[in-house]
Design a protein around this ligand. Sequence first.
Ligand code: G3H
Ligand code: 13P
Ligand code: ZN
Length: 342
Amino acid sequence: MPLVAMRQLLDEAAKGGYGVGAFNVNNMEQIQAIMEAARETQSPVIIQASRGARAYSQDRFLYHLMIAATEVYPEIPVVLHLDHGNSPATCKSAIEMGFTSVMMDGSLMEDGKTPSSYEYNVRVTREVVAMAHAKGVTVEAEIGCLGGIEDGHGAGGSGMEHLTDPAQAEQFVKDTNCDALAIAIGTSHGAYKFTKKPDGSVLKMDVLIEIHKRLPKTHLVMHGSSSVPKELQDIINQYGGKLKPTWGVPVEEIQLGIRNGVRKINVDTDNRLAITGAIRKVFMESPEKFDPRDYLKPAREAMKKVVMQRMIEFGQAGHAKDFTPIPLAEMAEMYKKELATA
Ligand code: G3H
Ligand code: 13P
Ligand code: ZN
């Protein structure tokens, strides 16, 4: 089946009360790992590429790999989503290339570092919503800023510095008509999220619950949602790595989020850890090997295992065949009607 609009996947997830993992990719092995996990668990799935991933893969390589994924796994509904678009121009180029969903992250300025004003965020998000919806493409926006920096992107800090204000989130959705909203509730990108196991009071789940009360129809997005499992850290360190002790977001907290309107859960770091651990193991145990397949195959397998586990935990497993994909042109018509009746 062709690439699917994210709005449809998230609408279905809302009906079914489950969440959908959005996994970052840069290359063929990562796409294959996700698609195999989706087939094995019969999951609809969101595959996302950052600006860094698009540059690394020269964009078109990634796009054609994604088309290959839809051909090899025709039974799996799959979304191609732009992660953290930094400007309307970046979103435009993604839409032109065939992404079926884009994130306009106007919580930061175009440099991807400086927290922006509310007015700036509304202006750029509205611009992207108009451009994307005309083509049936979904828009994720962000209000409040995550912590941490990944590949030069991010406000930095602990994740507690720019939490989302629920009243502002409500106004923002009215002002922009975005389909999905990323909120800041204390998570941050990367491996170093918390210096001890976070208990229920560390993540601001009360903020999330309040946002969901105010915006029951908006699909909420949790970024920085890797759990950074100790087992994956241990494999890396056992085979010569140097990770400092760290804690991620407990899966139970994500599941609490899913019961309160979270429909998209972003995971990148856990897969990076799984891949790195598997490659380090081969390098240490079999230093005579030099065929890339000897370490890329176990790396792909290790990532598939993590993705499968998350698909089951988020509840998307078993839902691949629940719906017939709506073509983007029909999605565009739906948005027109929504506007006319608003
Ligand atoms: O939000 C960040 C994602 O983990 C992607 O990271 O910009 O290093 O590709 P990246
Ligand atoms: P992690 O670094 O926790 O995997 O978060 C990824 C993310 O939010 C991508 O947008
Ligand atoms: Zn993110």
